[in-house]
Design a protein around this ligand. Structure first.
Ligand code: GRF
Length: 194
């Protein structure tokens, strides 16, 4: 299976996926990293690991459709089967959703449908929840709403700070996301849209 990872920031999940592919825990080819933010650290991680990357910002395009059409060109040129969103901070529009229906995965740091959106770790922590977690789901037109493939709980401990909780959530993400990607590849649960 040929994969592209989209990321906007730090890129620790990108690195975990890239390492799982390099060590053959995930049976896939990592075609390229796409990043929408030229300043993101994930680009340095791709360079260090020798993984091809493409960087461009939607600011340079007239609208989302034009931006996504450019992205689609890159995906098709590389015969990408599956898109993996790993901290990609944009909503996927109709151009990509149609071309890659049921073939886009996302990871989210909460037990969806609870705490969708950008500050879910903080939101769960500040709501004094006793647990939160990690969700991997198929992407649809909503924000963090698509069909759930896997979830893992993370306890919020009395001594936790946001930082310690965040660190534990990331540890779970780095293990869970590659595992789920491999399952998707094996079960072929994600159907090609053409
Ligand atoms: C992760 O917590 C992921 O669940 C969320 O964005 C964060 C990305 O972290 N979608 P990183 O860039 O992979 O370190």
């Amino acid at each position: 299976m040929r994969i592209a990872v989209f990321a906007s920031g730090n890129g620790s999940n990108f690195q975990a996926i890239a390492e799982a592919i390099a060590s053959k825990q995930v049976d896939a080819t990592l075609c390229f990293l796409f990043c929408d933010n030229p300043k993101a650290s994930v680009i340095e991680r791709a360079k260090k690991m020798g993984i091809p990357f493409t960087v461009f910002s939607p600011k340079n395009y007239e609208n989302r459709a034009a931006y996504e059409s450019e992205l689609l060109k890159q995906l098709e040129l590389n015969a990408v089967d599956l898109i993996v969103l790993a901290g990609y901070m944009r909503i996927i529009g109709p151009t990509l959703l149609t071309a890659y229906a049921n073939r886009i995965l996302n990871i989210h740091p909460s037990l969806l449908p609870y705490y969708p959106g950008k500050s879910s770790i903080q939101d769960a922590f500040e709501a004094n929840e006793k647990e939160t977690g990690v969700t991997v789901h198929v992407v649809d037109a909503g924000v963090d709403t698509g069909p759930i493939i896997a979830q893992e709980k993370v306890a919020i401990l009395p001594e936790d700070t946001i930082d310690s909780l965040e660190a534990r959530i990331h540890q779970v993400e780095h293990r869970l996301f590659p595992q789920v990607i491999q399952k998707v590849i094996e079960n072929k649960t994600i159907k090609k849209s053409e």
